[in-house]
Design a protein around this ligand. Structure first.
Ligand code: AMP
Length: 280
């Protein structure tokens, strides 16, 4: 495991094509799938573990975000990751640090509206991580679909030249999308949280049966997702490229939602008429 940018740069100079998986740790099979793919498609796979303070709002869970570094390193090795970068906060944000990378309109709706400044923190830390690791490709999960779109757009706008790869969401067998935050759920809350994926799958079923009216799709998801113990924040039926809410039928759709189950905030989504790997 490497702790400083200088160590990573030394490693990078001796390395071939690098596939990179940035994470906040507390790793699970969703992260592992990204790492295995990075390892399969590159000469070497690299991962970072950094709970990035600038992407959390003042009222959010930065302090209570799960941390499990020793276990994470074992998972990385098992997944074929050759280099883990786990910097300190000071290594990423040196004294006096004030520069921020501000994304455009793609970061405004959905999570950007619910979490002001979140994507500025994400873009800032990823720009730093890309500058240190200099990956050829970087792997991101569909689970955070808006993040994927924000990163694709930043990568294009700033001419970073990284191949950004979107990978499908990994779920538990009962449908719950894997998330580091799931560890905070009690058994009861986990049962409640199942309403989220059930709602999204009901929307997908309706779509498969031919329904294209965005209002009807949204309603069908809401009815099921807003189950007992779930405080729904939003259900969105949007264009997967612009993330703008749909006003009428369209052939490619992102249905996404956010909710609180107890104190834990969860997000999930499904793509209809398009696969995550096709979104560029
Ligand atoms: P995080 O550690 O939550 O910042 O996530 C690091 C990367 O793993 C991001 O690209 C996430 O989208 C991805 N990821 C998180 N959960 C999943 C999942 N259940 N399936 C696939 N990718 C995921």
């Amino acid at each position: 495991m490497l702790r400083t940018a200088a160590e990573v740069r030394g490693w990078r100079a001796r390395t071939g094509r690098v596939g990179f998986v940035p994470t906040m740790g507390a790793l699970h099979e969703g992260h592992e799938a990204l790492m295995r793919r990075a390892a399969a498609e590159s000469d070497v796979a690299a991962a970072s573990i950094f709970v990035n303070p600038t992407q959390f709002g003042p009222q959010e869970d930065f302090r209570s975000y799960p941390r499990a570094e020793a276990r994470d390193v074992v998972l990385c090795e098992r997944a074929g990751v050759a280099m883990v970068f786990a910097p300190s906060a000071l290594e990423m944000y040196p004294d006096g640090d004030a520069t921020r990378v501000q994304p455009g309109p793609i970061a405004l709706p959905l999570e950007g509206a619910a979490r002001p400044g979140h994507f500025t923190g994400v873009c800032t830390v990823l720009t730093k991580l890309f500058a240190i690791v200099r990956p050829d490709a970087a792997y991101f999960g569909q689970k955070d679909f808006q993040q994927l779109r924000v990163v694709q757009t930043m990568n294009r706008d700033l001419r970073l030249g990284v191949r950004i790869v979107g990978c499908p969401t990994v779920r538990d067998p009962d449908g719950l999308a894997l998330s580091s935050r799931n560890g905070h759920l009690t058994a009861d809350q986990r049962r409640s949280a199942l309403a989220l994926s059930r709602g999204l799958f009901a929307g997908r079923d309706l779509w498969t049966a031919g329904e294209r009216d965005p209002a009807k799709l949204r309603l069908a998801v809401e009815r099921i997702a807003a189950g007992p113990g779930v405080a729904l924040e939003y259900v969105s039926v949007a264009d997967p490229y612009t993330l703008e809410e749909l006003g009428g039928p369209q052939g490619k759709v992102l249905i996404s939602l956010a909710a609180h189950v107890g104190k834990t905030r969860l997000i999930d989504n499904v793509l209809l008429g398009i696969e995550v790997g096709e979104v560029e």
